[in-house]
Design a protein around this ligand. Structure first.
Ligand SMILES: *[C@@H]1O[C@H](CO)[C@@H](O)[C@H](O)[C@H]1NC(C)=O
Length: 117
């Protein structure tokens, strides 16, 4: 009986957590101002999302920038996750840099880096 109650409570908790779907907030930025031809680091910070099922790509035009670093998946309050992916790059005029985020079963969304921010 106790075991059954425990399992029921666990299932309820699991469902409550799982149903708390939230799309990610995405910020694309660089460590230095976006000067063309200068070594720089492009970062994509993704936060406040649930469930934790996510993939992040940093792109130059249609090609993925590698090798990239990615922080471990971490969560703060309310089971909302955040992580940061970064890659070294040298911005060139006329090229587009973006972060592409695929969360859960949503289709991938892309976020453009603005060199003037
Ligand atoms: C990736 O991580 C390594 C080791 O911590 C560090 O030396 C390197 O600068 C990082 N690269 C980027 C693009 O953050």
């Amino acid at each position: 009986m106790k075991l059954f109650l425990c399992l029921t409570a666990l299932a309820a908790l699991y469902c409550a957590v799982e149903s708390r779907y939230s799309p990610p907030k995405v910020q694309v930025y660089s460590t230095k101002p976006g000067l063309f031809g200068d070594d720089n680091i492009l970062l994509c910070h993704v936060s406040d999302f649930h469930p934790p099922d996510i993939t992040i790509q940093l792109m130059r035009n249609a090609a993925e920038l590698t090798p990239a670093n990615q922080t471990d998946l971490a969560f703060k309050q309310n089971w909302h996750f955040h992580l940061t992916r970064s890659v070294k790059f040298k911005p060139q005029e006329g090229e587009e840099y973006r972060c592409v985020v695929k969360h859960g079963s949503d289709s991938a969304k892309s976020y453009l880096w603005d060199p003037n921010v």
